[in-house]
Design a protein around this ligand. Sequence first.
Ligand code: GDP
Ligand code: ZN
Length: 457
Amino acid sequence: NLSSLDGDTIAAIATAPGRGGVGIVRLSGPRARAIGEHLCGKGLTPRHAHFCHFSDGGGQLLDSGIALYFPAPNSFTGEDVVELQGHGGPVILDLLLRECAVAGARNARPGEFSERAFLNDKLDLAQAEAIADLINSTTEQAARSATRSLQGAFSREIDELVAAVTRLRVYVEAAIDFPEEEIDFLADGKVAEQVTALEAQLQGVLRQARQGSLLQEGMKLVIAGRPNAGKSSLLNALAGQDTAIVTPIEGTTRDVLREHIQIDGMPLHIVDTAGLRESADAVEQEGIRRAWQEMASADRILLVVDGSSPDADTASAALWPEKDERLGAELPVTVIHNKADLSGREPAVLRQGDDVIIELSALTGAGMDLLREHLKQCMGYSESAGGSFSARRRHLEALEEAARFLAAGQAQLDEAGAGELLAEDLRQCHNALGRITGAISSDELLGEIFSSFCIGK
Ligand code: GDP
Ligand code: ZN
């Protein structure tokens, strides 16, 4: 009876739910091979494709297909791994998975295969996250950058930063250990030079990481304005032709519509809100309340005004007195003067103080290219820099924290020549960087990261 053996072996359906030509059940752990051989009814040779009849313990045939065995440590997880490739139907795969459980495997938690790969040093944390980002990518550019992160492009940048911080720490701490020489050590300018070089290096990585994170998370754009200003037309114009609709999702109310599109590879999440106006109607009031809520979390708001109406110039101001009290003064707003075909104005980007106004026509499409360019500019998105590697908000925060400690350390050095304080700041900087690749991690952090993965990954 296999189920009485010891060990923690996990199993999951690795292919997407639904029907397909092939479906895969994956096993990882010390008993993966025994369970695989139990189902296949024969011995499994490492790294060979075996054609097998998968049967349950009573000898009942479940399916036939291919079995693969990858012995530890040369497998994805670093443990013994067996893959059973059967027919891709949900019932068949469930039967196979159930038989794995009968034979002693436990159902894997989301991301548990990747987590084991991380714990066995097959991948670092940023690479493991890149797997999930690759699977979740919504544009080609996002997928390419995630692949590069998975190959270690981002991790190598971090490792180089860590190596530089380590060299500096050794130097500074040696200086502290020989107090009679500390002053000379720190005053000879070499340390200050290295801190400055490190800062430049860190800022460079941070810039790339911002692009990488934008590619994964995208820009949130909210379209607001009075009824009939042309909000829905603008949404359609943005989503049409030059841009590909990835997944249109109907909002939960009739008043908020969401579209996911891309501009030159930058994912854009667009929310078309209900018209903003005073209303006694309860449903409409709810729509308006949601519109304000969406605006509060937007990267940019397009305030659409009917540019052909006589009060176009004051219309946005009239809508806007509420904004300060509702959202605070710093709102990223671009005013769209729509219906340029009616107003007779040339498509253009105009600046009035801090405000940007774009003249365009959602109906004819004139000026839409100006809007697309403007949106890329707002996010600092450039196609060429866009693809070096993928990153997450978590990584940006860690990099920013590392940069803060480095700047603080430099200030200590400049003002007080304080070696001990610089050493402490460098240690903190090192810690922040270590969290990115998982050299420093907690169960809590790992739980948070891997629980968002899909099962079987
Ligand atoms: P919303 O209520 O703000 O979503 O406005 P709609 O997009 O539904 O548009 C209201 C009306 O204005 C429709 O009849 C549109 O065809 C028209 N419209 C929208 N944009 C333009 C434009 O650029 N030029 C012209 N001439 N009409 C427009
Ligand atoms: Zn509309």
